[in-house]
Design a protein around this ligand. Structure first.
Ligand SMILES: NC(=O)c1ccc[n+]([C@@H]2O[C@H](COP(=O)([O-])OP(=O)(O)OC[C@H]3O[C@@H](n4cnc5c(N)ncnc54)[C@H](OP(=O)(O)O)[C@@H]3O)[C@@H](O)[C@H]2O)c1
Length: 273
């Protein structure tokens, strides 16, 4: 199971009857398998944490990215409608182009820059068309106990590297989000029974460079982090330079706030690192 899925199962299992399914147990591109699972389990709520999440590889696997991120999500939403379930679908800050330079609210116009963002945006559209009982949760820069994430990448890279310094991009700004805070917010949102699209990220923002510095500080690793620009990294997919999500609806409608990203990271470092 992936980063978010495994933490969702961990957090929700003690309080709900949870079926955490791997890709082998439920491939969301297979409608027959989806129907079998839905008819056996008859879930009240399905949280779709599945995704083709390798942003750079999406460029050379466009159809697979769409098959999973868009049509796979649609398959689940269709089954949710058929079985009167509620679907929670996870989306991303990468549906925005980053040109706003102010935090994005739910009503801002998406304009994804890369294939991953395009496939995720199509997923959002298809899910919302398939069933009214949907929550689309856009989040950003996730890290958690399991799966691949930036926190682990930075710690592993600095432990492996024989150099004294590590270069990290400082011209992309976003909000690192702890999976546990995201899941708690999802639990809260579901209880409100107000379907629709929500932004859910830890509060505040930083660059990957700031994020890396904080990670090393918390892990007591003595390496210097040097700033670099995105172009220097030469990654296949363009990323938005600014993809901060404003949790506008959560705050305005329900007075719900998440903690600041650095406080969440401190908590993560104490509990999970
Ligand atoms: N990570 C982030 O920074 C971030 C930021 C914003 C939004 N999101 C969104 O949050 C969601 C969860 O992300 P994550 O970071 O937890 O991703 P992840 O760690 O890559 O997990 C994705 C999971 O989906 C599974 N999967 C792939 N294809 C599948 C299929 N056809 N059927 C069923 N399962 C399939 C993968 O299984 P295999 O590993 O076996 O292929 C993997 O377990 C995704 O929708 C992602 O777009 C993530």
């Amino acid at each position: 199971m992936g980063l978010l899925g495994s933490d969702a199962v961990r957090l929700l299992s003690p309080i709900h009857n949870v079926f955490g399914l791997t890709k082998n147990e439920l491939n969301i591109t297979n409608t027959t398998s989806i129907n079998t699972i839905f008819s056996n389990i008859k879930p009240d709520i399905i949280i779709n944490c599945a995704g083709y999440t390798n942003v750079d590889n999406c460029k050379k696997n466009v159809s697979l990215a769409n098959e999973i991120n868009a049509y796979g999500a649609y398959n689940l939403a269709n089954a949710s409608k058929k079985y009167n379930s509620t679907i929670v679908h996870i989306s991303t800050d990468y549906i925005f182009d980053g040109k706003k330079e102010k935090p994005y609210i739910e009503l801002d116009k998406p304009n994804p820059l890369n294939i991953y963002g395009k496939s995720k945006l199509l997923g959002e559209k298809l899910v919302s068309q398939a069933t009214p009982k949907h929550y689309i949760i856009r989040t950003s820069w996730l890290y958690g106990k399991n799966g691949n994430n930036f926190v682990k990448t930075i710690i592993n890279a600095s432990r492996k590297s024989t150099k004294n310094e590590l270069k990290v991009v400082n011209d992309q700004i976003g909000s690192p989000t702890y999976s546990i805070d995201l899941i708690n917010a999802i639990i809260f949102i579901i209880k409100q029974k107000s379907y629709g699209t929500y932004h859910v990220s830890n509060e505040g923002y930083c660059s990957w460079y700031d994020f890396a510095k904080k990670i090393l500080q918390l892990s007591n690793i003595n390496k210097e982090i040097l700033p670099m620009c995105s172009e220097e990294l030469e990654r296949p997919a363009i990323r938005p330079k600014y993809s901060v999500l404003d949790n506008y609806k959560l705050r305005k409608q329900f007075n719900y706030t998440l903690r600041a990203w650095d406080k969440a990271l401190e908590d993560y470092s104490e509990k999970e690192m």
